[in-house]
Design a protein around this ligand. Structure first.
Ligand code: OGA
Ligand code: NI
Length: 366
């Protein structure tokens, strides 16, 4: 029987996989820390960090999409063409005039910064409990010898409301819950609206995307400064997102995110007037590879910490994703994929580029 309102069964998300506990990186990076021995830092040194060129001169090329132009009948055709180009060629776009009130964005930014400034023992009241992916800690740690990311994260299942485990919702700072709730609701509306325009760019029935963004997971990221080896560690290893759509808020405008394009890395310049939207693996599957879930990574700064909030929008766990037929004359390249299986596979491996997506492909394309 269908559970009411999407189902408390959505709390299954939190138990899809496990991750091994790791040291708190913010504490390791603190100027007073004496724990950061050469042995400790070794666990974070990434051998392949320079394997591909970084093209900073292309930072300004990341497409910009104006939601107000999509919403207006006079400009929708031209803006939808830009959106299509962005999804096909970049997999990422800066969304301006997104309609999320400034007050909500300012509130959530301020409170998340305050949260990460709290003493470790206060934050640890929200630490991930064993076997749970929610809470303050880290994800994707599967072995004691894999390289670690130079970051701490705080994950919350925010939608549908029944999926929430309020024991993880911080009561400090005191307005944090309110802003998480407001920002979460605003992003649900926004994800819906973006998905509807994406359906338009595909000439697909909007009904086909209506149920793709019903679950929302927040991942709040704290990337401490790394004064000892900033060019040798990564805040987030290369990966593509296992979502349908991801919406990223760059909290303090410190640059760090780089996206893969034509074999190189392009640093994304944070914009205070935009939210960064990217195509996730499930949208890539649904479009038979037409829209690309692009690999990305996060570098760290020698002197300044960086904060961001990723909001992953995903279908219900018992949903399925398959390439839309009828819009594509070419051959079907991806299998029909069960959301629960895909998410389990995605969460139970260390991050390794787009490897999870290979499992959804009928033939692996290199
Ligand atoms: C993510 C991610 C990028 C960032 O959370 O999946 O890629 O800039 N975050 O924090
Ligand atoms: Ni990501």
């Amino acid at each position: 029987m269908e559970e009411p309102n999407g189902g408390a069964g959505e709390s299954r998300w939190s138990k899809l996989a496990t991750t091994l506990p790791v040291s708190n990186v913010q504490a390791l990076a603190a100027p007073t820390a004496d724990e950061l021995t050469p042995d400790t830092i070794q666990r974070y040194i990434q051998p392949d960090i320079d394997a591909h060129a970084v093209f900073a001169e292309h930072s300004d090329d990341v497409p910009v999409i104006d939601l107000s132009k999509l919403l207006s009948p006079e400009s929708v055709e031209a803006e939808a063409a830009k959106l299509k180009f962005a999804c096909e060629e970049w997999g990422f776009f800066q969304l301006v005039n997104h309609g999320v009130p400034d007050e909500v964005i300012a509130g959530v930014k301020r409170d998340i910064e305050k949260f990460f400034q709290l003493p470790l023992d206060v934050k640890n009241a929200y630490a991930q409990r064993p076997g749970d992916l929610q809470g303050y800690g880290q994800a994707f740690v599967q072995s004691n010898d894999q390289k670690l990311d130079w970051s701490d994260m705080f994950a919350l299942y925010t939608q549908p409301p029944q999926a929430r485990d309020m024991s993880y919702w911080p009561s400090q700072p005191h307005t944090f819950r309110k802003y998480i709730e407001e920002y979460s609701s605003e992003l649900m509306k926004l994800a819906d609206s973006v998905a509807t325009f994406i359906a338009k760019t595909l000439d697909a029935d909007p009904e086909l995307v209506a149920d793709k963004n019903v679950v929302q997971i927040f991942r709040m990221n704290y990337y401490p400064q790394c004064s000892s080896a900033p060019d040798k560690v990564l805040g987030f290893s290369p990966h593509s997102d296992g979502s349908f759509l991801t919406i990223l808020l760059e909290v303090n405008s410190v640059q760090g995110l780089q996206i893969r394009r034509h074999g190189a890395w392009i640093p994304v310049k944070p914009r205070t007037d935009a939210l960064l939207v990217n195509v996730g693996d499930l949208l890539e599957i649904m479009t038979n590879g037409k829209y690309k879930s692009i690999e990305h990574r996060v570098t760290v700064n020698a002197h300044k910490e960086r904060l961001s909030i990723s909001a992953f929008h995903v279908p219900k766990l018992d949903g399925i994703i398959s390439p839309i037929l009828g819009i594509m004359e070419e051959k079907v390249l991806y299998k029909t994929t069960n959301v629960e299986e895909y998410s389990r596979l995605y969460m139970s491996n260390k991050l390794d580029g787009k490897r999870a997506l290979d499992h959804a492909k009928l033939s692996i394309i290199y």
